[in-house]
Design a protein around this ligand. Sequence first.
Ligand code: HDE
Length: 709
Amino acid sequence: MDNNDQPSMDNQKNQQLEQYRVDHRNTKLTTNQGVRVTNTDDSLKAGDRGPTLMEDFHFREKMTHFDHERIPERVVHARGFGAHGEFQVYEPMKEFTKAKFLQDPSKKTPVFVRFSTVVGSRGSADTVRDVRGFATKFYTEDGNYDLVANNIPVFFIQDAIKFPDVVHSIKPEPHNEIPQASAAHDTFWDFVVSNTETAHMIMWLLSDRGIPRSYRMMEGFGVNTFRFVNEEGKARFVKFHWKPKLGVHSLVWDEAQKLAGKDPDYHRRDLWESINMGNFPEYELGVQMIDEEDEFKFDFDILDPTKFWPEEVSPVRLIGKMTLNRNQDNFFAETEQVAFHAGHVVPGIDFSNDPLLQGRLFSYTDTQLLRLSGPNFHEIPINRPIAQVNNNQRDGFHRRSIDRGEVSYSPNSLRNNSPIPASDEDNGFTHYAEKVEGQKVRKRSGSFADHFRQATLFWNSMSEAEKQHIIKAFHFEVGSVRDKQIKQRVVDMFNNVDGYLARQIAEGIGVNPPASPGGTGVTASSPAVSQEKTVKTAQTRKVAILIEEGFNYNHVTEVMTALAGAGVAAELISEKQGMMTGEHGQQLEVTKSYATTAAIMYDALFIPGGRMSTDKLKGLKDPKEFVSDTFFHAKTIGAVNEGVELLTASNIQQPMLADAPQDGTVHSDLGVVKVVNAPDLNAFNQEFTNAIAQHRHWMREKQDTKISG
Ligand code: HDE
């Protein structure tokens, strides 16, 4: 689908972008100088078999532009995907901040969001285990505000000066550029065991958070501590959150790995298609606030970026909602050229002394100067504020604005000192006048010394299934390390978090269990960090329906109608694409074949009845793989009448699949929903949709399941 067919949203940013959009339909080909070109397939030659002539300006220009059309990728977060949207606050936040975009509930602030992975290069796969970036640019009337967030609330390190080190260690190793987009290698784990402050973030990264199901089902966290400042100049410490309306959901590791091969664009495709279908992703903006007077009341330092503020200690107040409702028109112009900066704040939002944040305030513009070539990238359409820009900055590569007049300095008398410094009445930015004093020291605060207690808190908060996933992730990540002493040191380091965890890690990676019982003694948990109790809905999920000639048409159409009613999309899959005839002659079009899709692309599987169809399905390899993959990935499976036989025919020996349901009653066991000879499918549809809403049936992973031949 072409974006030009999408409804455009009527906001100031969109109107501004409209001036730059170009639609080349029904136009004549020209050079960049606007000269019409008659032929672009043959270069100008001296004789039709002769050499190309230097004077072929069209050839030279076309080739030169091509030769220069790549720019450096981001040093981290290179792979990303963007979308436009709008933000609305729920109620005035005047008491806490003077930020204008947080005052008027009737006002929609345009936003552009870029989601990303951190480690992989621009062409790497979407579903790798990694932190996800979640950067939002708010085009406010007071200038651009960027909330440059991640989907994990804590960071690897406490001081920005270590950022080059941690990034060098996790990126592909420099001698052979292996492995791509992965933390599973020696240099990273060497860094981890040499820097115990990484322990907490590692727990999050190796949890299900590291492999999200969708950008639409991911939280965002500002990580660093900022300040809200109100009209009276009163400040409060603040942490920012994005909470997805669809809940927080993840893939399973096997699925994530297979997807990386079958569909490396899985997450960007999911976002693009959802927006095109009108399933606009929504996220609520949440804030945690701590009064300045309470700065030292916690058993962690609120400026330490390796700590989160547990929601049970500091509740999250939901203050507004963001809706992503328009896909970008051009990936390079928008997603690639957008430049975010944790230091882009507006009056009412200010910084804290968090030493990670302080370093970020330098790094973003610095890297963008190279990546976007010079100091004028704020003039690139996607980066332009909707607020007016007036200053005495001039010249530089690619200057677009034509600044008039002889004056480009301040103060001046020739232009009445314009542009005139803004006053409080103009809502000019005044830095929060925090009192600071101290000696210059290259030192870490003693209040940052505890590296393990919140890691234990996180571990305690995990459900049994989530804990098992973390252990398995350690087995893969650290199991991929070659150096045995690093492996041993991982076990010993994580013994500080939890003894059981460390013993389980040791068991899978061929090193000794820890020598001491381990743990921090923390027994508390923070239920909000577990995904177990997140929002559960079937909305926007995708179901695979397997059919062959002679399928039961009524089953398919009834189930598809019921699913559509619950906001679930379904796709028909068969050995071949094209029209497929049901047992009573009705036809349906199959759009996906086994060659073009796989079970990992869906949230659930449905097999309708039909004698001929089922017999054919039972004789093919791919449908059985659909059953076993869907089963092992703990996703919902539904089958009706003869369709039930495909479950038995798969190579999984499991009563849940094999048991024949009694006539007419719906049989549902850990997300395997079956019915035979029911008068209608109402009860089945209800149960099937409820099961899809569960996202996964993790208890299935605990079952003793055998595989035959
Ligand atoms: Fe970034 N980060 N970062 N970061 N970061 C960049 O800026 C940096 C950190 C985040 O979609 C870079 O333009 C330092 C935390 C996102 O364009 C760079 C430190 C968080 C994105 C940079 C951090 C983030 C970036 C690379 C301190 C979560 C992608 C390209 C140790 C709150 C933005 C660029 C996009 C990108 C530096 C830590 C989020 C090099 C020095 C913590 C989402 O400037």
